[in-house]
Design a protein around this ligand. Structure first.
Ligand SMILES: Cc1ncc(COP(=O)(O)O)c(C=O)c1O
Length: 405
């Protein structure tokens, strides 16, 4: 278990900076308008580079008087209504399935909610004499591991490899582990592999959580970024199981859907008991979502055309990746998300070579993984590449990468 005073230990970008420290960036020779001459190509961070719609700035300006108000922890009724209308339409839910008073909270992006979910579900002393467990996929978004450490839980990282379709099979864990589990993180579309869970897999996980009495945190922040068909969601699965949100929390945000990672705007819906606990934590530990941001977020959840255009950009990037990479590095077009998870043999050495030769920054896969029981890091052969630029830059960068590796 990691010391909660050292949560930075989980940060993959700190490790990447140390790896590249002292290695001069090479010149890529990539000549595209999106990049100033000689500027490095940063494919390591999943930060959408497209601009959100212009109406975001207009809404924020219109609500300027509200900068003098503290953010209300429950946002506004209009924001809740817009989020629930979007969920209802996106997942074909029946009206009234989600009670905004008891089952909904605005969040400053999914990250803070994913973090607080660990504290909300994991008692400091479970009274059983046993250490609580938080489950997560391996590879994982670093916040899951940091949250587990902060909650004093044992983090168990469950393989999400090519052999099992890049999704963790929590149902295969020993009953003793499941009995100690308080929370389980599940990401679909998955960062980094882009795997998408089927409706049946989501239903099975909810049923498992209800059988053992733990909560599933469904991280669906990539739900709107997909290559062909819209990924099923946990709320659809809950509807098929009868409609209650017991033992589940579902997280969404505008960072990826609307290319607005700087806006810090999202929400969680789920089990009223856990929502109440998260609200308590947010009220003491979060600054809240400012009202002008809530106003812009309301418009964004109501508007589909920009999300569609945004998705088309990523789809074009994957078409380019398919053309440039073929089946090299184990490439296959992922079902969702905007990352490539490429098997290059040795991810750390590939990251150093790409940086030194061409100023291309990628993330070694090992930095997103924990060692398995045998002491092996399953991410070692991989690099993660974020396809967050336009198709021209993507094409030039992947062609250069293909030449170098
Ligand atoms: C898997 C995953 N979950 C959650 C987040 C947090 O995103 P946000 O807080 O912007 O919604 C990210 C961000 O990159 C992510 O990759």
């Amino acid at each position: 278990m990691t010391d909660r005073r050292d949560l930075q230990a989980f940060h993959p970008f700190g490790r990447l900076n140390s790896l590249l420290d002292g290695v001069p960036a090479g010149h890529s020779g990539i000549d595209v308008p999106e990049l100033a001459a000689g500027e490095p190509t940063l494919l390591s961070v999943g930060e959408p580079q497209n601009q959100p719609p212009a109406f975001v700035a207009e809404e924020i300006a219109r609500a300027a008087a509200d900068w003098s108000r503290y953010p209300p922890p429950r946002g506004t009724g209009a924001y809740a209504k817009a989020c629930l209308a979007w969920l209802t339409q996106r997942y074909g839910l029946s009206a009234g399935m989600i009670d905004p008073q008891r089952m909904f909270l605005p969040l400053a992006g999914t990250r803070e909610g994913l973090f607080f979910a660990a504290l909300a579900t994991t008692p400091a002393d479970p009274g059983t004499g046993e250490t609580p467990v938080i489950l997560m996929p391996n590879p994982f978004y670093h916040v899951y591991a940091g949250a587990a450490a902060a909650a004093g839980a044992e983090a168990i990282c469950v393989p999400a490899t090519r052999e099992n379709g890049f999704l963790p099979d929590y149902g295969a864990l020993p009953p003793e582990v499941l009995a100690r589990t308080t929370l389980c993180y599940y990401c679909s579309p998955a960062n980094p592999q882009g795997a998408v869970a089927s409706l049946a897999q989501l239903q099975d996980l909810i049923a498992l959580a209800r059988r053992y009495g733990f909560t599933v945190a469904f991280d669906e922040c990539y739900a709107e970024i997909y290559t062909e068909t819209p990924p099923p969601g946990a709320l659809e699965a809950a509807a098929a199981l009868g409609g209650t949100l017991d033992n589940m929390l579902v997280f969404h945000s505008l960072s990826k859907r609307s290319s607005a990672p700087g806006l810090r705007c999202g929400f969680v819906v789920g089990d009223p008991r856990q929502i109440r606990a998260i609200e308590g934590l947010l009220r003491v530990g979060s600054a809240g979502v400012p009202l002008p941001v809530i106003a812009a977020g309301t418009r964004l959840w109501q508007e589909e055309s920009h999300a569609k255009a945004n998705r088309a950009r990523y789809q074009a990037n994957f078409t380019v990746a398919e053309r440039v990479l073929g089946n090299r590095f184990g490439f296959r077009k992922p079902a969702g998300g905007f990352f490539l998870w490429l098997d290059v043999g040795d991810g750390e050495s590939a990251a150093v070579t790409l940086w030194r030769e061409a100023g291309i920054k990628v993330l070694p896969g090992a930095y997103m993984c924990a060692e398995d029981a045998a002491g092996d890091n399953p991410g070692t052969p991989y690099i993660r590449i974020a396809l967050v630029y336009d198709a021209a830059l993507t094409e030039a960068a992947l062609a250069r990468l293909g030449e170098i590796l």
